[in-house]
Ligand binder design. Structure first.
Ligand code: ATP
Ligand code: MG
Length: 563
């Protein structure tokens, strides 16, 4: 027997107008439909309808985590400082961390994520390899003092996360725990009715599947990713690679060009009447203090984040005026790779062997043309360092890539032994010797998923939930007269008895028009109206998404909805 929720007794106040501060669809609609209420920036109350949706998502997550053998626990959100000092995250988190003191002056934090505490719990509870692998999870409130809490519950400062952690003794074991999580996530997001892509979270250079993000495409998203319209390729913009294809072509000898006052690509291209793409731009950076040049086509931007990832753990910085002191070989604004003897030269694969460029001649006010890669200069390392642009070729099939916005709804990560090393997490191995444990960590934004679902499924009329997540299976509307209310309540009881979750609008003194508008706004997938033909016992069933309508008797309606 499912529940009948009567609107006359439900705490829900729908609004006709968007809240003044709302910019995104989910924020507008979740507030207007009475699901959430803002208390302070990034801090939200879940009202009865919203709590139902949140619980439905948690239930799906819980079922799929249990199905892979993960065990549910609940850790505190208020945590002592020491473990986070040991891992250095007390400092590293910077302003993102909520720090506080107790009455005795001892320092605490509100947990942003729990790797440290889980590591300590397993250290306390698990002694032998026989007790591994272990996977633990919780659905819990997390705290992050986000710089820009925005888009309603999409980016909160207090939010709900499912976080899980796996503990294994071998790398193969970790890979298996990771695979189990990946599959569980695929099931979860499919059941939630979310459109999503799995993208590698790190660049190809850092290697494969050690970290992947689950992205839900939506214009309100804060992540940009590339999506191939022709094949199944999708990737974080940082992970896109470009194929190195040497060309064989005849080029004339290097020729110097007088180019006064052309220190930038724009001024140069204009002076010579060539497209910026014909020029080679050479950005100077410092890598662990040593000057390195990075060559990319003049119309492309260097992605310093990508460069940093390729060169990590080396530290990449921009050069300053002082770095040119005593370096006669580096002519600021007129650098060309053909004259760089003592400088390491990194280039984008577009600067392939055999391509010819207009670039600096290493003399003030002078450039050179027909400077050919592989003939006039050597590239020390080819690295993908340019900012990806719409239309760049797909690394898999060559079609022009699209750039899309998305919401990060999940993240899976092979952590390895970082935390186990910090806390000395060993278990007794098969040979009787201690073995260091290896870990994975896996997150799902449970409250963020509500926002992502709202973004993806809403239309002009309002929210429109997938069945499994909706606050009810059917929204019964009593058009107004006593007879109609009677029929609506009667069919509601029968539906509930058949296991259907019912929300019934039995409010007196509310016009049918307002009730219909509210039903569309609230977004339950089926709307059943006791209206014109109530005297004959005939109701109208409307599909919230397609708008399709059909007339049914009470028995037919029950058969249809209970199926
Ligand atoms: P983001 O890049 O969006 O800040 P993150 O990479 O810092 O997220 P993780 O530490 O990977 O997030 O957390 C796991 C999951 O928790 C994320 O995939 C996301 O769905 C969710 N999440 C993270 N921060 C927030 C937040 N401020 N509000 C709501 N959900 C969040
Ligand atoms: Mg993440």
């Amino acid at each position: 027997m499912a529940q009948v929720q009567r609107m006359s007794r439900l705490m829900v106040k729908t609004l006709r107008d968007d809240p003044a501060d709302a910019e995104t669809l989910n924020h507008k609609l979740l507030v207007r439909a009475g699901y959430v209420r803002r208390n302070a920036a990034g801090i939200w109350t879940w009202l009865p309808l919203g709590k139902k949706v949140l619980d439905n998502i948690s239930r799906v997550v819980r079922e799929e985590m249990d199905a892979i053998g993960a065990q549910e626990v609940l850790l505190p959100a208020l945590l002592p400082k020491e473990p986070y000092e040991a891992s250095a995250r007390w400092e590293e988190y910077g302003d993102l961390l909520f720090r506080l003191k107790d009455r005795k002056g001892a320092e605490y934090l509100l947990g942003p994520t729990h790797e440290e505490i889980f590591t300590l719990i397993v250290k306390d509870q698990v002694a032998s390899y026989k007790d591994l692998p272990v996977m633990l999870y919780q659905i819990q409130t997390k705290y992050r003092d986000e710089a820009r809490p925005r888009a309603g519950v999409l980016r909160g400062r207090e939010f709900q996360m499912k976080d899980s952690y796996s503990f294994d003794i071998t790398d193969e074991g970790l890979a298996e725990s990771y695979r189990l999580h990946r599959e569980a996530y695929q099931k979860i997001f499919a059941r939630l009715g979310l459109d999503y892509r799995i993208v590698s979270a790190v660049s190809g250079a850092m290697g494969g599947s050690a970290s992947e993000e689950f992205l839900a495409p939506a214009p309100a998203g804060e992540d940009t990713f590339v999506d191939c319209p022709a094949c199944d390729y999708a990737a974080n913009t940082e992970a896109v690679t470009f194929k190195l294809t040497p060309v064989s072509a005849e080029h004339g000898a290097v020729e110097e060009l007088a180019t006064p006052d052309t220190p930038t690509i724009e001024t140069l291209a204009e002076h010579l009447g060539v497209p910026a793409s014909a020029t080679l731009k050479n950005l100077l950076v410092k890598v662990d203090g040593e000057i390195v040049a990075v060559g990319v086509p003049g119309d492309r931007e260097v992605d310093l984040g990508k460069l940093g990832e390729h060169l990590a753990p080396a530290v990449v910085e921009l050069v300053t005026a002082e770095d040119f002191e005593g370096r006669a070989d580096l002519v600021r604004g007129y650098v060309g790779p053909q004259g760089l003897e003592k400088v390491r030269y990194i280039a984008d694969p577009r600067v392939a062997p055999g391509t010819a460029w207009i670039t600096g001649a290493n003399k003030v006010d002078t450039h050179a043309k027909n400077v050919v890669a592989g003939r006039d200069f050597e590239v020390d390392d080819y690295l993908d360092v340019v900012v990806v642009e719409e239309g760049d070729p797909c690394p898999k099939c060559g079609a022009g890539l699209k750039l899309d916005r998305a919401i990060e709804i999940g993240h899976i990560f092979q952590l390895g032994r970082k935390y186990a090393d910090t806390f000395g997490l060993d278990v007794l191995g098969q040979q009787g010797k201690p073995v260091r444990v290896t870990m994975g960590s896996y997150g799902i934004g449970v409250s963020r998923a509500v926002a992502a679902l709202a973004e993806q499924s809403a239309d002009e009329q309002g929210l429109c939930w997938p069945k499994e997540i909706a606050p009810a299976d059917v929204h019964v509307v009593a058009a107004g007269k006593a007879l109609q209310t009677e029929l609506a309540l009667d069919v509601s009881e029968k539906l509930a008895a058949a296991g259907v979750r019912v929300l019934v609008d039995d409010r007196a003194g509310v016009s049918p028009g307002v009730k219909f508008t509210d039903a569309e706004l609230i977004g339950v997938p089926k709307i059943l109206v006791a209206g014109r033909r109530s005297a004959e016992g005939v109701l109208e069933l409307k599909d919230r998404r397609t708008g399709e309508r059909e007339e049914l008797t009470v028995e037919e309606a029950i058969a249809r909805l209970a199926a």
